[in-house]
Design a protein around this ligand. Structure first.
Ligand SMILES: [Zn+2]
Length: 264
């Protein structure tokens, strides 16, 4: 059986849809959602005889997001972060008086918001010291590393994705060239446990970059490499489930978030 076409109201004056839209615009997200759900287009058909009106109280609980407070550590490298205390979401109750005609919401009479729980900020300690490293010609000091895949990979795992990840994963097809993120001396080129076929480059400032899970290595220990020089090819050797480059930046015993230092 075919449904009869729903007849829409032509005027906006006195149209409950338009009036509700105004209320929705001024109400909180939770109320807006509730009103939109209740007021689906199918309910806008003109009633032949208006049913009895009834006022109901509609209550919605909304979350209030928390903010982050940072404690800066000037003697610790940028990229280091430590959670001091976790944030807690706040809560507010939104209470609206709504007039119904049967199941249909026609008008919001009033909206009252009460904060029932204050949000608690999360606190994070973070390093602010900048790492400096030498570029190709050896004369200019800069504060970032080049992308070791020259933007051909895509981030498949972040520094913070799992505990003790110590670096980032850049997924890329097998054989994609891996380039030195900064100039330096090759300190390791060979099998390195879970890292599989791995390259470690030592840089002039004492930092090191590590390139793991390669299929092929193109450099040998003691060799000097320039920034952007090909050092390996992407693979899935060692503890790896797919072709990707695992990239680390280390200073002393600290692992830094490469995304902080890589050229954008
Ligand atoms: Zn990884």
């Amino acid at each position: 059986m075919e449904k009869p076409a729903v007849k829409q109201r032509k005027t906006t004056a006195g149209n409950p849809t338009e009036r509700l839209k105004k209320y929705i615009a001024s109400a909180g997200a939770g109320v807006a959602f509730l009103l939109l759900c209740a007021f689906s287009p199918g309910m806008q058909a003109e009633a032949l005889t208006p049913p009895a009106q009834e006022t109901k109280t509609v209550t919605v609980t909304e979350k209030i997001p928390f903010e982050t407070t940072y404690i800066d550590l000037p003697n610790t490298y940028r990229g280091y972060t430590e959670l001091v205390s976790e944030g807690v979401m706040g809560e507010r109750q939104v209470e609206a008086q709504v007039i119904y005609e049967g199941d249909k919401m026609v008008r919001v009479v009033s909206i009252k918001t009460t904060e029932t729980g204050q949000p608690v900020n999360q606190v994070i300690r973070r390093g602010t010291k900048l790492l400096r490293t030498q570029t190709v010609d050896g004369s200019v000091w800069k504060t970032s590393f080049a992308n070791p895949l020259k933007t051909k990979g895509w981030l498949s795992a972040d520094f913070y994705d799992y505990h003790a990840h110590n670096g980032i994963d850049l997924a890329a097809p097998y054989g994609t060239p891996v380039y030195a993120a900064a100039g330096g001396t090759v300190e390791l080129s060979g099998w390195y446990g879970e890292y599989g076929r791995c390259v470690i480059i030592g840089h002039a400032d004492g930092s090191k970059t590590l390139y793991g899970h390669n299929s092929k290595l193109n450099v040998s220990v003691g060799q000097t490499v320039k920034q952007g020089e090909k050092i390996a090819e992407v693979g899935s050797t060692g503890n790896s489930t797919g072709n990707h480059l695992h990239f680390e930046i280390r200073v002393g015993g600290t692992f830094l978030d490469p995304l902080v230092y890589m050229d954008k």
